[in-house]
Design a protein around this ligand. Structure first.
Ligand code: PLP
Length: 363
């Protein structure tokens, strides 16, 4: 471990790859001989255009995104997309189906109520969001415009392992917290959206991947910034985009490609998650993860201590050992280790060793 750095288990903004940060540091003052920082460039100048075009091209390679889709680099976080999606895909009276597997899906559902007629056709709330439904059991409205899912619920640690094929309507997914953590068949989706600040960059960038034939149908009240057609027609440069954040995402995409692409990244993520879940499951109940095994997230691992009075001590001692941000979300308590792409295996190994030691001292 670099003595200057902690292992940061935050759910987001999250840790970034060390080599990416160092590259950005080296280029901060003078980007590649331009005599400027990326923060100082015109977003319409040739230097920044080369940055955003390369970022898009690399993301297309990573996720194998076809020309049938637009890739947009937007602002406002995934939360803004909770409104933009219904505004772009339906009329105020259109029915829309939501599968609510956690707090983020619920937030998206509630926001959509302002712009269309969403229905939660399944909710895991009564089981504290620890499950994903069987797709065969989903009863969709035959007139639904789209089915919305949250691919990975960051707070509850529940992740879709495969995706439903909607019986009616389009498939829309919030992939904020597992974006670029594994390969995805983009062609199954009408829209994929993600805030960047977990796996691919700093907060301030929101990525939307949308099928081109869906552009141009926004409701009349749609603010111009939320109209995907405006953004697509202007290559995400309708107004000043989050230039530095897009540059950072571009560096991360380059790094993911250099690692061998998302199949390789997924292998590493599986290895880290397996190590941590095994440590929890083999602790004889000292640690517990409430999520059903088959849908446990590779990214966010929530766990509790049997002796809940020790949780504050666990978090404090871990922080002393330079493992930070392990407190669970305020709505669920306990602990949560977020182990996104940029968390090295060594970070998870250190956490697991600490957990075993803590258990030996407190069991
Ligand atoms: N969706 C998911 C799955 C998230 O984890 C988050 C934030 O943590 C959001 C949406 C909201 O993202 P933002 O803060 O970018 O609006």
């Amino acid at each position: 471990q670099d003595p200057d750095r902690v292992f940061n288990f935050a759910a987001g903004p999250a840790t970034l790859p060390a080599n990416v940060l160092k590259k950005a540091q080296a280029e901060l003052y003078d980007w590649r001989g331009s005599g400027m920082s990326v923060m100082e460039m015109s977003h319409r100048g040739k230097e920044f255009l080369s940055i955003i075009q390369k970022a898009e091209a690399d993301l297309r390679t990573l996720l194998n995104i076809s020309d049938d889709y637009s890739v947009l680099f937007l602002q406002g976080g995934a939360t803004t997309q909770f409104a933009a999606i219904p505004l772009n895909l339906c009329r105020p009276d259109d029915p829309v189906d939501f599968v609510v597997t956690g707090s983020w899906g619920d937030k998206a559902f509630k926001e959509a109520q302002k712009f269309c007629k969403p229905k939660a056709i399944w909710s895991g709330k009564s089981e504290k969001y620890t499950k994903i439904p069987s797709f065969d059991d989903l009863e969709q409205n035959p007139d639904t415009k789209y089915l919305h899912i949250c691919a990975n619920e960051t707070i509850h640690g529940v992740e879709f392992k495969d995706y439903p094929i909607p019986k009616s309507g389009l498939l829309v997914a919030d992939m904020s917290s597992n974006f670029c953590s594994k390969p995805v068949d983009v062609s199954k989706f009408a829209v994929i959206y993600a805030g960047a600040q977990k796996n691919v960059g700093p907060s301030g960038v929101t990525i939307v991947i949308i099928r081109k034939d869906l552009l141009g149908n926004a409701q009349e009240i749609t603010p111009v910034m939320l109209d995907y057609k405006t953004q697509a027609d202007n290559d995400s440069l309708y107004n000043t985009p989050p230039c530095y954040g897009i540059y950072m995402c571009g560096l991360v995409f380059e790094d993911l490609l250099a690692q061998g692409g998302l199949h390789e990244v997924e292998k590493k993520n599986k290895k880290k998650a397996e190590l941590l879940y095994n440590a929890i499951d083999e602790s004889n109940g000292f640690y517990r993860c409430p999520v059903e095994k088959s849908v446990r997230s590779l990214m966010n691992v929530p766990f509790t201590l049997e002796k809940s009075e020790l949780e504050a001590e666990f978090i404090k001692e871990a922080a002393k050992e330079k493992m930070v941000q392990l407190k669970g979300h305020r709505s669920v308590g306990g602990m949560r280790a977020s182990i996104y792409n940029a968390m090295p295996l060594a970070g998870v190994e250190k956490l697991v060793a600490f957990m075993k030691d803590f258990q030996a001292r407190h069991a």
